[in-house]
Design a protein around this ligand. Structure first.
Ligand SMILES: Cc1ncc(COP(=O)(O)O)c(C=O)c1O
Length: 401
């Protein structure tokens, strides 16, 4: 029988999806499950987005579209990033894709040859490793443990960039930790980046509108505009506008990179579909009240989650300042037993399994993100489930001996 390509030996199904699948199975068996597992925003965009999609359906040309993205979509994106302080870009600097995940995949295809260094912080969004492995990159993990608030520090970045990785990928606000870098932190890291001209910098900033506590959103480009010839900004509708299923992602960066991504599009997706394009334009150009209200709501939820976590002795959770995740260090539970069920906990995976079995609460083990001492709580579940889910979480820890 013919074989799959060798690269498929390196491709793994998403660990996050495996937890979600187990939770779904238990639910199907009639169990009362509260899911803190999937990173979806769990709200719908405003009515104007659906209206734009309906109109687009009526006018649908039925034709192939632009490999880069339509002019109207690129213009809407350009206006959107201008409001984040990223100015001076034109359509030629931009490209679109089927979600940010696809854009990131394209960028890795476009920039990495086999064996090239691909550096990013741990904890990381799982997909970075998966894409890196599929394209045959040499992954360089930069460990950022809870003791350093899950954040990269300049000396660490300096040491990593000295080995000239082809790409340094930076995620701010971060999934899975919710960490947000301050202006000063970004500026110090940008100084390091500026000293290493052989490395492309991808900033995966798809959560940049979801920042709390007035910390603000900062990009290397704000600190050092001259980095523009090497920085590639990645964005998406998914989280900001509650539109993960619409699959529209973006990049802005050097023209040659945008051209390369467009060429790749021409060889697989061809174009972002017309109806999704119309919905995306409406999301960017229309009223921003839904995303604005969600940031306020998520900050209040963050407070609720942190209050619960802080009440658990021995559990440590650096304060998330953005996105919709908390990433507590739960290693205090290792080596203990959940007394009512007799389930023994030696690892993050044991803990997540026991929590799901005993309390019906689904979280993702930290090892999926490269930090086996932690687990991820995604707190966008229906409002009525948040307090009971947190209560069960606390009960679980209280029942450990
Ligand atoms: C850090 C990060 N980057 C990119 C993505 C992908 O987003 P999209 O839905 O646009 O593909 C996600 C989705 O979870 C994410 O958390």
């Amino acid at each position: 029988m013919p074989q799959l390509a060798r690269r498929m030996g390196r491709a793994k199904p998403s660990a996050i999806m495996l937890v979600a699948e187990k939770a779904r199975q238990l639910k199907a068996q009639g169990r009362d499950i509260i899911s803190f597992s999937i990173g979806v925003p769990n709200f719908l965009p405003g009515a104007h987005v659906y209206e734009a999609a309906r109109i687009a359906l009526e006018r649908d040309s039925g034709q192939y579209g632009s490999n880069r993205g339509t002019d109207a979509l690129l213009d809407a994106f350009l206006k959107h990033i201008e409001s984040a302080g990223l100015t001076g870009y034109t359509r030629a600097h931009c490209a679109t894709g089927i979600g940010a995940k696809h854009v990131l995949y394209n960028l890795c295809e476009a920039l990495l040859d086999e064996g090239d260094g691909f550096a990013f912080a741990t904890p990381y969004w799982t997909t970075y490793v998966d894409i890196g492995e599929i394209v045959g990159a040499r992954i360089q993990l930069l460990p950022c443990p809870p003791e350093q608030d899950y954040k990269l520090v300049p000396d660490q970045l300096e040491a990593a960039l000295a080995s000239k990785p082809k790409i340094f990928l930076f995620n701010n606000p971060a999934n899975p930790t919710g960490m947000v870098y301050t202006r000063e932190e970004i500026s110090a890291l940008a100084d390091v980046v500026a000293r290493h001209p052989d490395t492309w910098i991808i900033t995966d900033d798809i959560y940049h509108r979801m920042v709390f506590d007035g910390v603000g959103y900062h990009n290397f480009l704000h600190a050092r505009p001259e980095l523009r010839e090497r920085v590639i900004f990645v964005d998406s509708l998914s989280k900001t506008y509650g539109m993960p299923g619409w699959r529209v992602g973006f990049m802005a960066g050097p023209e040659a990179v945008a051209r390369a991504v467009t060429t790749l599009n021409s060889n697989h997706i061809t174009n972002v579909p017309e109806v999704a394009t119309a919905a995306a334009i409406a999301a960017f150009d229309g009223p921003q009240d839904v995303p604005a209200a969600k940031v306020v709501e998520f900050q209040a939820r963050r407070d609720q989650v942190m209050a619960a976590l802080e009440s658990i002795p021995g559990l440590v959770c650096p304060m998330p300042r953005g996105a919709f995740y908390a990433f507590p260090d739960v290693s205090v539970a290792f080596g203990r037993t959940h007394t009512p069920t007799g389930l023994r906990i030696e690892s993050d995976v044991d803990l997540c399994n026991a929590l799901l079995e005993a309390k019906g609460v689904a979280c993702v083990p930290g090892s999926a993100f490269g930090e086996p001492r932690a687990l991820r709580i995604s707190y966008t579940c229906p409002e009525a489930q948040l307090a009971p889910g947190l209560q069960r979480f606390r009960e679980f820890f209280a029942e450990l001996a």
